[in-house]
Ligand binder design. Structure first.
Ligand SMILES: [Fe+2]
Length: 392
């Protein structure tokens, strides 16, 4: 077996991961199991309009559990929205939290959960292992197969004053229970399916090539990569295909587990500043960056990129590692075209000259996050700036 780069590591996961169509119906018994009597449901405005939140409220109510809904979560959750949710939680003396939605409500719920039991401000917990107390009991129910936040000890919250996406990494951020019910993702619009699906692939790939990879994260990362290869295009072109939706829901959860126990790398390091400055959604900015950053990175880890290509079923078995890794880059470019992923110039909303003026701040913020240092090829600041321009 290949020697791990890290020789000491730990593996952390939610206490329970419940998987399968219809498992959302278990919500009341899960809350009771966590001794919850009044639940803060953290969701977003879109989901509030769907029937799902109503369904949660009435099933909880039938079980004698009070609930309060907090839905003012933007696509990039801010410190302000976290504080607003915290105030509502305190006002109603909630003793448990259910996060219902994509990565934004789940990350915001994680932050609310730990601020309920730890002194603020949230900025003091940006970084690794800085949260002293466990948070309130948290059940995460993803409705988008993408971020895998239901299975991670990571939350990304935007500090709106500094225009920085803060990354918080601590076991206190792990949900107690993840409910992975693929049926909740069946109505996801195709373009969202595409972006969060590439985010999922990025989690698997980055976890697998990271300098923090280990023998526990590896098989989960590879399973994620294989499931995306098998199901993403189908979920995009045929949204009602249950097998494809189920495959992507499992891939997303596995991607979260994998990177939470290994790490993300350069794609995520560069993606967060794009979100903070230009308000691109997390999945979109990752999807734009993935092919170019992979091309930059393959030389540092050819054998593993080759294994990823083979796992996705992209290459003939007789190809060498160099050929297979190269084929992976071309396949990622082709996948972006098939999924209609735009270029930066199509979505940042500024001229090339204005964009060029922002790349040094974004590159500095990317490096400061620590993620690029886990990349198979560790970039210089100038190389990160160049990669941003390559994706223009
Ligand atoms: Fe991600």
């Amino acid at each position: 077996m290949e020697q791990p780069i890290v020789t000491a590591y730990d593996f952390n996961a939610p206490r329970q991961i419940i998987v399968g169509g219809g498992t959302f119906g278990k919500l009341p018994e899960l809350v009771i199991g966590l001794k919850g009597t009044c639940v803060l449901i953290v969701t977003d405005g879109y989901l509030l309009e769907q029937g799902l939140v109503r369904e949660a409220i009435s099933s909880l109510s039938e079980a004698g559990i009070k609930s309060v809904v907090f839905h003012r979560i933007s696509p990039d959750p801010t410190m302000g929205s976290v504080l607003e949710g915290l105030a509502l939680l305190r006002q109603h003396s909630c003793d448990a939290i259910v996060a219902l939605g994509g990565g934004s409500p789940i990350d915001a719920a994680k932050a609310i959960s730990v601020l309920a039991t730890n002194d603020g401000p949230l900025t003091r917990y940006a970084g690794y292992h800085l949260i002293p107390n466990p948070g309130l009991p948290l059940i995460a129910v993803p409705t988008t197969a993408g971020t895998g936040s239901e299975a991670t000890r990571v939350a990304v919250i935007t500090d709106e004053l500094r225009q920085v996406k803060m990354m918080l990494f601590d076991n206190a951020l792990l949900p107690d229970i993840a409910v992975v019910d693929y049926r909740l993702s069946m109505t996801m619009p195709p373009q969202l399916t595409a972006y969060v699906g590439v985010d999922t692939l990025t989690h698997g790939l980055e976890a697998y090539v990271s300098k923090k990879r280990n023998p526990f994260s590896d098989p989960i990362a590879l399973s994620c990569i294989g499931l995306v290869g098998q199901h993403l295009l189908r979920a995009y072109t045929c949204p009602t295909d249950e097998a494809a939706r189920e495959g992507m829901a499992i891939a997303a959860c596995q991607g979260g587990l994998a990177f939470s126990n290994s790490s993300v790398c350069l794609v995520h390091g560069m993606s967060r500043p794009l979100g903070a400055v230009y308000h691109l959604t997390h999945g979109l900015s990752n999807a734009i960056l993935l092919p170019a950053v992979t091309r930059f990175s393959v030389a540092g880890c050819e054998a593993r990129y080759a294994t990823a290509a083979r796992t996705m079923g992209l290459v003939a078995p007789e190809l060498t590692d160099v050929e297979a890794a190269d084929a992976l880059v071309y396949a990622l470019e082709a996948m972006n075209r098939q999924l209609n992923v735009p270029r930066l110039r199509d979505c940042v909303g500024v001229s090339r000259a204005t964009f060029e003026q922002s790349v040094s701040k974004m590159a500095a913020d990317a490096l400061a996050s620590g993620s690029p240092q886990n990349n198979p090829v560790v970039p210089t600041m100038a190389e990160i700036e160049q990669l941003y321009l390559t994706c223009w």
